[in-house]
Design a protein around this ligand. Structure first.
Ligand SMILES: Cc1ncc(COP(=O)(O)O)c(C=O)c1O
Length: 372
């Protein structure tokens, strides 16, 4: 048996016919950049996410850059960011000329640690923060984060690239965010037919700035209020995303079933691995299987799994602090928790449409490798 780490064809098969018919319509109407498909998608997402504004853009990294600018982050301002994350949040801070402050993650939920965040603020007095909702769930202290940031005048940007449809305390995680972002990169929970992204906000003024910044800073067709970007969604991608959204509940169910399977399977093997999961009160979207190896090298496990036909990943094998462009960056501490996690993490196959037979094979193979 072979089990890929990810197989997009399982979901593509379900939407292909409808997408091709939509794309024919786009061709007939020359609906290539923006257009009715984009507007329909934005309206549907506003409703699903429980927010009053949602603006699409070209990718999730632009969403962060535009989000930082629209919230008022200026060159030289300090912005806190977790040391364990994908590179884009760090990149976005640098791209707007701000100064990153790295903060360690919590062992409990693997999200930026709120206590350490607070003590880092005492030391470095940052002005803003990117709270990255990692691995398909969010911090157990999300409400506290938002409250504390409001009280302390910290501009809070929430990176939801991996958190589409995550539910916290019964609500969409986007609902109460000052500003939240999404990535529609094809491998994400809500993946498109090319790069894509978006920004949510309940603040109409911020949303207006976001919309202008994503479209060259335009006020009118040839008048400009800001120096912005060309970061717009294409019509074909919007129509594709609309068809994915039609099936989203089924896709989420399949991801969550696989995630639950791995949790149950390894519950009897806590001496060998820890299977991480969403904290109490948070419903994950099944984005990723996140497992740490307690006794064996994670790199070795990935290699062994490849030999038996199981695709695995290590998300993320190096923290931000270890990337070559990150020199003398301010740090909340010695960042040991994110470092330890990065050395031991392994991700098993998990995607919409994976079968439990495939999950069982992958889990059996990992157990064998861990015991060898
Ligand atoms: C946490 C996080 N933030 C931001 C991004 C950037 O999104 P994109 O690839 O759409 O630019 C990604 C994903 O790729 C991500 O995982």
């Amino acid at each position: 048996m072979r089990v890929p780490f990810i197989d997009l064809s399982r979901t593509l098969g379900k939407i292909k016919k409808d997408v091709l018919s939509d794309w024919e319509h786009c061709f007939d109407q020359c609906e290539f950049v923006g257009g009715p498909g984009v507007k329909i998608l934005e309206d549907r997402l506003q409703e699903r996410m429980g927010v009053s504004n949602f603006v699409t853009c070209a990718n999730g990294t632009d969403a962060l850059i535009v989000g930082l600018l629209a919230m008022g982050v200026k060159p030289g301002m300090r912005v806190a960011v977790p040391n364990m994350t994908f590179w884009a949040p760090y990149e976005a801070i640098i791209q707007v000329g701000a100064v990153p402050v790295l903060v360690d993650v919590s062992d409990d939920d693997l999200q930026m640690d709120l206590d350490e965040f607070k003590s880092a603020h005492e030391k470095f007095r940052f002005d803003a923060a990117i709270l990255v909702h990692l691995f398909g769930w969010v911090s157990s202290r999300l409400r506290e984060y938002r409250h504390w940031c409001r009280e302390n005048n910290i501009l809070l940007i929430e990176d939801g690239a991996q958190a589409f449809d995550v539910v916290s305390e019964g609500e969409s995680v986007y609902r109460d965010a000052m500003l939240g972002t999404v990535s529609f990169y094809p491998a994400k929970v809500f993946g498109g037919a090319s790069d894509g992204g978006g920004i949510s906000s309940n603040n109409g003024k911020i949303a207006e700035v976001v919309r202008a910044l994503c479209n060259h800073g335009r006020a009118g067709h040839y008048t400009y209020d800001y120096v912005g970007f060309n970061s717009r969604m294409g019509g074909l991608n919007a129509r594709f995303l609309g068809r994915v959204l039609d099936h989203m509940d089924d896709f989420l169910e399949s991801r969550r079933a696989a995630e639950a399977f791995y949790q149950e399977y390894f519950a009897a093997h806590t001496d060998l691995v820890k299977v991480h999961k969403a904290p109490e009160g948070v419903e994950s979207n099944g984005y990723l299987s996140v497992i740490t190896c307690l006794k064996k090298s994670a790199d070795e496990m990935v290699a062994k799994m490849r030999d038996v036909g199981v695709g695995c990943a290590r998300t993320y094998p190096q923290t931000i602090a270890y990337q070559p462009p990150v020199k003398n960056c301010m740090r909340s501490s010695d960042l040991v928790r994110s470092e330890a996690f990065s050395k031991s993490v392994i991700n098993l196959p998990l995607f919409a449409g994976i079968t439990l037979v495939e999950c069982e094979y992958a889990a059996d193979q990992l157990l064998k490798a861990l015991r060898s």
